[in-house]
Design a protein. Structure first.
Length: 615
């Protein structure tokens, strides 16, 4: 009892401290900008969290419009959170706050993208939506054997990623969980069989997972990022002492796993030998891509309650921590997303990280890490230009992806946000009471003030930022029809119906999976590529494709997971604006082979196998 009183007194003191600190420290970093109107309830958000149609002039003004078609497409999926240990029930919405993930792949190789979406309730089913080619999808997870993976005994899903680990041409599936990771072998697109004794962790509280080929031996490897301590069973907790011990300076994060694939469904833990055992954080997003030009993929990590990390790959043998010299580890935030895009059409990759921005409480601002002009070739050095580019305020941001949504030739950004949409009452005041506080208070769930269904940055408007290519992004979400107010988590992009436009899948915590069909102005042209590695891993994960047209160039890479708990289709989609011709396309395969294709036809998908011959 006395302890509780002491806690309350301390908490009150820290509350004052937090308000002063958060606002003063971050005051200059975030400017208010378009789309930051925030509602506190469903009524204020317009009565429903579902989107309303795009403005009549959206197509004319912005070159595209989005229509949410989940129901007519047969996609009826609602994410459910887990219950976990009863010691967490008073703040369960705050603890069980993730797990709505989406990963896209053409699992049966019929030429049409399919997708897997995760659920997190004990007993809740994950869905695998097969593309029926007619605008609809059918959930085949149950018959394929990848539905029932969530339970208190084996843990619950946080995300999933596709990668063909045995090079048989069929994308295999890793489901990472708060619990046991599960690896499924794709049996010729006709079903999935769990790979046993594969070497994936039997228990960790993973919130990030990606496929990569870190040593470029042609065999896919796995990187898994832990969130809660891996020793914790969130259903059988000895105490509530499991939470981060600070909102921005947490010292009680956990480990990564780097698992080297042998190509047969078994993996060797090489975390220590490559130096990644030095990492200790609450990791929420990972992305791997070669940013130095030596073909080996470097690793960027977005960490919650701390600083971001960048690990330079030294010839596939070890990783060097360049977080501080590169600039990305400058100060702690709540990193939740890691997306990579060539935003200036100069063949260089910028990294977009989402964080929390809530007026009066926490003004972190999102980060856009743009390669520094002062960097020497091969040197990793970045500057945060989110403010100048106009992409800093995303609310309580989660998943974001780069993609050319209007095919004008520039990479745009689609971002989802919103943390907890509950009652009209806000939990922020009570939450802030802890946020600046004493480590022993904040890390103990028992000391947290009950949420009681209140909102915490809920009902937020999403952000769709159009890139003008000249250093400015314009926010157009409401106008183009991306006007839902659910608590967004993952975003993944694919040309779902092979029409030459990027459609959007957006997952929501305790909410529906939304399918935004994208109609693009037909005068804008496009080209897309589906790559197949031969010497490189067959999924072509890590391959960088550069399209040269109209005096400019744009690079994109095939990812084994990017964003927040998401994976875009492996196909790379490039908008071309009014141009009907492409000068050449250069593919830099992970094997080191550089393949050039001259004058490829536009408005067409090209399937390209790795070869050293050029054509
Ligand atoms: Ca398919
Ligand atoms: Ca396979
Ligand atoms: Ca490898
Ligand atoms: Ca664009």
């Amino acid at each position: 009892m006395q302890q509780n009183q002491a806690a309350r007194v301390l908490a009150t003191l820290f509350f004052i401290g937090l308000l002063v600190c958060a606002v003063v420290l971050n005051k200059r970093s975030v400017t208010r900008q378009g789309g930051s109107v925030v509602a506190n309830s469903a009524e204020e958000a317009g009565g429903s969290q579902y989107p309303v149609p795009a403005a009549p002039d959206a197509m004319e003004r912005y070159g595209f419009k989005l229509t949410e078609v989940s129901k007519t497409a047969g996609v009826e999926f609602t994410h459910q959170p887990p219950k976990l240990d009863a010691k967490l029930s008073h703040i369960i919405d705050r603890v069980a706050d993730m797990g709505a993930a989406v990963a896209i792949a053409d699992f049966d190789r019929d030429g049409w993208p399919d997708f897997y979406v995760t659920n997190s309730a004990e007993g809740g089913k994950n869905h695998l939506y097969h593309n029926n080619h007619d605008g609809t999808f059918t959930d085949v997870a149950e018959q394929m054997g990848v539905a029932a993976v969530n339970s208190a005994e084996s843990g619950v899903s946080m995300g999933a990623v596709w990668g063909d680990y045995d090079d048989d041409g069929y994308e295999d599936l890793l489901v990472y969980k708060w619990g046991k990771c599960q690896l499924f072998h794709n049996e010729n697109g006709k079903g999935f069989k769990e790979a046993v004794n594969s070497g994936v962790p039997q228990w960790m509280n993973a919130n990030a997972g990606i496929w990569l080929d870190y040593d470029n031996d042609g065999k896919l490897d796995l990187l898994l990022g832990g969130y809660f301590d891996e020793k914790l069973d969130l259903w059988k907790l000895p105490s509530g002492n499991i939470m981060p011990d600070s909102i921005e300076y947490a010292t009680n994060g956990t480990r990564l796993y780097l698992l080297k694939g042998r190509g047969d469904g078994t993996f060797e833990d090489v975390t220590v030998q490559v130096g990644l055992d030095k990492h200790k954080a609450w990791t929420l997003a990972a992305v791997a891509v070669d940013m130095t030009g030596d073909t080996f993929p470097d690793i960027f990590l977005a960490n919650d309650y701390g600083k971001a990390e960048l690990w330079r790959n030294i010839e596939g043998k070890r990783f060097e921590n360049v977080s501080v010299p590169s600039g990305v580890g400058d100060r702690p935030k709540s990193g939740m997303n890691a997306a990579v895009g060539d935003i200036f059409n100069d063949g260089k990759f910028s990294i977009y990280v989402s964080n929390i921005t809530e007026d009066h409480y926490l003004l972190q601002g999102n980060n856009m890490w743009v390669p520094s002009a002062a960097a020497k070739p091969g040197e990793l050095m970045f500057e945060n230009q989110a403010n100048g580019l106009g992409v800093e305020n995303g609310g309580w941001s989660f998943g974001a992806q780069f993609g050319d949504l209007n095919n004008d030739g520039f990479q745009d950004i689609y971002l989802v946000n919103g943390y907890l949409s509950g009652t009209k009452e806000s939990y922020w005041y009570d939450y802030a009471t802890f946020a600046g506080g004493n480590q022993s208070i904040i890390r103990d769930a028992a000391k947290w003030i009950p949420i009681k269904g209140r909102s915490l940055s809920g009902y937020q408007p999403k952000r769709v930022w159009l890139n003008d290519g000249a250093g400015r992004f314009t926010e157009v979400a409401q106008a183009v029809g991306a006007s839902d107010r659910f608590d967004g988590r993952a975003v993944a992009l694919a040309d779902l119906w092979n029409r030459g436009s990027l459609d959007i899948l957006a997952s929501n915590q305790r909410g529906p999976l939304l399918v935004y069909k994208n109609e693009v102005r037909p005068e804008n042209h496009w080209i897309s590529f589906e790559l197949e590695g031969v010497k490189s891993n067959r999924s072509a994960i890590g391959a960088i494709t550069t399209v040269y047209w109209n005096g400019q160039k744009q690079s994109q890479f095939v990812s084994g997971g990017v964003g927040f708990c998401a994976q875009n289709d492996r196909r790379l989609h490039f908008g071309l604006g009014k141009s009907v011709t492409v000068e050449k396309v250069e593919i830099r395969w992970p094997s080191g082979i550089i393949q050039t294709i001259t004058s490829p036809a536009t408005d067409k998908l090209h399937r390209i196998r790795e070869t050293s011959a050029s054509g």
